[in-house]
Design a protein around this ligand. Structure first.
Ligand SMILES: Cc1cc2nc3c(=O)[nH]c(=O)nc-3n(C[C@H](O)[C@H](O)[C@H](O)COP(=O)(O)O)c2cc1C
Length: 188
């Protein structure tokens, strides 16, 4: 199992990075290969809507996303994590998501190119608000959107309450995240 993680938070050592890191740790313990990309250290420009990717050979924007496209090609699973900003995924994670357009079949069918279809996806959301259901409508919609792109969404983890307790301080969370990782590594 080859897994890539993408931390959409600009904070390389924040709550989201920690949560994704624990899932990756669990996956590695379960025998997977894993690699983490960080929005905070990768230049990913917003899609400019040129549509050169439609019928072309991928995205013409030569930035940090190119390395991620290559990694995604051979990955079995993606772990996408983002903090909630103003009730939605943070802008960096949205820019990353928009840039996945270049991996989609022409005319937004909406079908991922064959080499990407059926990849596993684990979503990791962190939020200051202690109510883990607060953004449920948005997170359910976002899960459905990734399923429409033919990702097999295996889990959507919500880490709530980081305003008062950092993710790393929350009881039982480390174990839960590690188990998500080992479960992913063992998945068919
Ligand atoms: C600009 C900004 C907007 C935020 N908006 C929300 C929000 O709408 N709801 C919420 O619960 N937390 C909000 N937060 C808190 C973050 O989601 C929370 O601190 C998160 O765990 C940060 O993740 P990180 O440590 O990986 O950067 C916001 C934080 C920032 C910086």
């Amino acid at each position: 199992m080859n897994i890539i993680g993408f931390n959409g938070s600009p904070r390389k050592s924040g709550n989201t990075a920690w949560a994704i890191g624990k899932i990756l740790e669990g996956a590695i313990a379960g025998g997977a290969d894993a690699r983490l990309f960080q929005a905070g250290e990768t230049e990913i420009k917003p899609c400019r809507g040129c549509l050169a990717c439609v019928g072309g050979d991928g995205c013409v924007m030569k930035d940090g996303m190119q390395e991620i496209y290559s990694a995604l090609k051979t990955a079995d699973a993606l772990i996408l994590g983002a903090p909630i900003y103003m009730g939605q995924m943070c802008g960096q994670a949205k820019v990353f998501t928009d840039r996945l357009f270049a991996q989609i079949k022409p005319r937004f069918s909406p079908t991922f190119k064959e080499e990407n279809a059926g990849k596993s996806l684990i979503l990791v959301w962190t939020q200051g608000n202690p109510d883990s259901e607060k953004f449920k409508a948005y997170l359910d919609y976002t899960k459905m959107m990734f399923e429409m792109l033919e990702f097999k969404v295996r889990e959507a983890v919500v880490v709530a309450g980081t305003r008062t307790a950092q993710a790393s301080e929350q009881d039982g969370l480390e174990k839960k995240l590690m188990e998500v990782g080992t479960g992913l590594a063992a998945a068919p």
